[in-house]
Design a protein around this ligand. Structure first.
Ligand code: GLV
Ligand code: MN
Ligand code: MN
Length: 465
């Protein structure tokens, strides 16, 4: 467990507990620092019905690290940055690599019409709803290599470790690779899991576009041509779902903890704002005569910041991450601007009040600057509560391995936000350096990844696989 070591990890037993506690207090739970207790879950899903003896499964941390490195090489940006846009060549090559690894592990792979990929390790009773794990492999422009990929390759290694230990799960275990968790190409996050959970109408195949081409056309050109109507899964299709992910925040690292047990996922919303002003010659149009679309956009961007700050809660965050100008010439007054704005909070009502403030501020800017402003909501999702039995299963996995953990909320969204609508779902967070994510210097240590991976395997046992 020496930081930076890439050898084989043997994560259970006395050695582990001695090492993870080397300069810490006792292993086990530390109090929930975020004031959010575990949420209720509908009963009757029976995930504690049976277990299997997972023996003393060992995670091959070195192998996961190597595979993460290979996966990171499928990128449109030079290392260490990763850019992997859904259905582009690098995304398809990354998927092919992951599918080959799954086939090597004798998993049965199938894909749905939007490219969600399911790799199944058949259980002794294949009629039972499987237990599932997984995440995404697409990456926003100039991202790092760990967001999503840790959950995919860690989930796969958890399965391989159980196989090596001679386990025979009663329930099948699925590794799920979700399509387009990132909103980069089609403007909306969690595209694949939204469709799986029937949270998005299949007509989006025609209405979502990228550079003027529809989702349907683009997916068909990459071999995914089935009907989007067939994508949704029935509630109960999975007995349980868990997603391993880097925290994307600083708390676990600061507190020197091994695992974050996610209790809830914050509510994300996003919108586009279109501004139409008046263009003209940058030298000739006099300042009092201008209706500059960019300056209106700039004021709106500042209003976004003010609206988020106005709640007084550090749980409210808002970002204006896209500003596109037309015609985009240094010597031309911008005539059109398009903003894309992301607003999140753990309290959906407070988030909605921020959205309302942004709309009011936009109207005010429009009348003062003589431009027109139109806003279009992209999504406004409720928060998700993780299922208590899943939280308990992850906690048991941590206790079994004497890891120190914290119940915490996820401020980032994840495919679990939508999987929680059709299955009892939860998330296992591991620390990442400085809490940095969506940046090339995103980093999670081999030890942290191996801990999380081993937790997925243990979790599967407690989840009745
Ligand atoms: C996920 O990528 C997010 O933006 O939370
Ligand atoms: Mn991300
Ligand atoms: Mn992610």
């Amino acid at each position: 467990m020496v930081p930076g070591s890439r050898r084989r990890f043997h994560l259970d037993g006395a050695l582990l507990s001695a090492m993870v506690r080397r300069d810490r207090q006792a292993a086990g739970e530390i109090p929930d620092l975020q004031g959010l207790g575990p949420g209720p879950w509908r009963p009757g899903l029976g995930i504690r019905d049976s277990g299997f003896d997972d023996g003393d499964s060992a995670v091959d941390g070195e192998r996961v690290w190597r595979e993460l490195e290979t996966l990171a090489s499928f990128s449109d940006a030079p290392a260490p940055a990763v850019t992997r846009i859904v259905f582009d060549e690098m995304d398809l090559r990354a998927r092919a690599y992951i599918k080959a690894l799954c086939a090597e592990a004798s998993l049965l792979v199938h894909e749905d019409a939007v490219g969600n990929t399911f790799a199944r390790w058949l259980g002794r009773d294949p009629k039972l709803p499987p237990v599932a794990t997984g995440s995404h492999c697409d990456a926003i422009p100039n991202a790092g290599r760990f967001d999503g990929t840790v959950g995919v390759l860690g989930g796969l290694e958890a399965i391989r470790a159980l196989q090596r230990a001679g386990c025979q799960p009663r329930r099948s275990i699925d590794l799920v690779l979700f399509t387009s968790e990132e909103p980069t190409r089609f403007g909306i996050g969690c595209l694949g899991s939204r469709l799986l959970a029937a949270a998005l109408d299949p007509s989006v195949g025609d209405t979502l576009t990228s550079n003027g081409e529809s989702l349907n056309k683009i997916r068909a050109s990459t071999g995914f041509s089935g009907a989007l109507n067939d994508v949704p899964l029935q509630t109960g299709a999975y007995a349980a779902f868990v997603e391993l992910h880097i925290e994307q925040g600083p708390i676990l690292e600061r507190l020197k903890l091994d695992i974050g047990v996610v209790t809830a996922i914050a509510a994300p919303a996003s919108l586009r704002i279109f501004i139409e002003g008046e263009g003209g010659h940058a030298g000739a149009v006099l300042m009092p005569d201008r209706h500059d679309a960019f300056l209106a956009a700039a004021e709106i961007a500042l209003a976004v910041e003010a609206a988020a700050r106005s709640t007084g809660s550090s749980d409210t965050v808002a970002t204006c991450g896209v500003c596109e100008l037309f015609p985009g010439a240094i010597n031309s007054v911008p005539s059109r601007a398009r903003l894309e704005i992301d607003v999140r909070d753990i309290d959906p009502a407070r988030r909605d009040s921020v959205l309302a403030k942004i709309r009011r501020a936009s109207d005010d800017v429009a009348s003062r600057r003589g431009v027109t402003v139109r806003s279009e909501p992209i999504n406004a999702d409720p928060p998700a509560l993780c299922a208590q039995p899943i939280i308990d299963a992850i906690v048991s996995a941590c206790d079994a391995r004497q890891l120190r953990y914290l119940r915490m909320i996820s401020r980032a969204y994840h495919d679990s936000l939508f999987m929680s609508r059709i299955a009892p779902a939860g998330m296992i967070f591991i620390p990442c350096r400085g809490g940095v994510s969506h940046r090339p210097d995103e980093y999670a240590s081999p030890d942290a990844i191996a801990h999380g991976t081993a937790d997925v395997g243990r979790y599967a046992r407690f989840a009745g696989a």
